[in-house]
Design a protein. Structure first.
Length: 143
């Protein structure tokens, strides 16, 4: 096989650069395709997880309502005079309302800005700032 040395390798360099550009473009297109596939899979998984969580929440709500109904009937049959089921329902509603208010208060407190602030990170950054300030001042006086 004969090698053509008449162009000083310029044609080969141009071909190499063109191949590099085409290969780079194909690589980027391939990466974009891969990212789309991965994001599609993640989106599908997130959608399935959301549906399962929502169905679980609905079933939990229905189960809780069934338990409350059973408690109302138990209270009405065992501890209250005849036809006073409304009082049993009122007692259960007051207890459930109290628990719900307590949980809402705890949730609001847990989501407050002061509870979510990164206190340790802020303290560490302040320490780093002081350390850097000391190093800069000591370095300026020792030089």
């Amino acid at each position: 096989m004969a090698v053509d040395h008449s162009n000083d390798g310029r044609r080969r360099l141009g071909a190499l650069l063109r191949d590099l550009a085409e290969g780079s473009a194909e690589l980027v297109r391939g990466e974009v395709r891969l990212a789309r596939l991965e994001l599609g899979g993640a989106t599908t998984a997130a959608a399935k997880g959301t549906v399962y969580s929502a169905l679980g929440g609905v079933l939990l709500l229905l189960g809780t309502l069934a338990v409350f109904t059973g408690l109302i009937l138990l209270i009405g049959d065992q501890w209250l005079p005849r036809d006073m089921y409304w009082l049993g329902a009122l007692l259960i509603a007051l207890i459930a309302g109290g628990v719900a208010a307590w949980l809402a208060q705890r949730g609001r407190r847990a989501l407050s800005p002061s509870a979510l602030a990164p206190h340790e990170t802020v303290a560490t950054l302040k320490e780093d700032k002081e350390w850097l300030k000391q190093r800069l001042t000591s370095g300026a006086t020792s030089s």
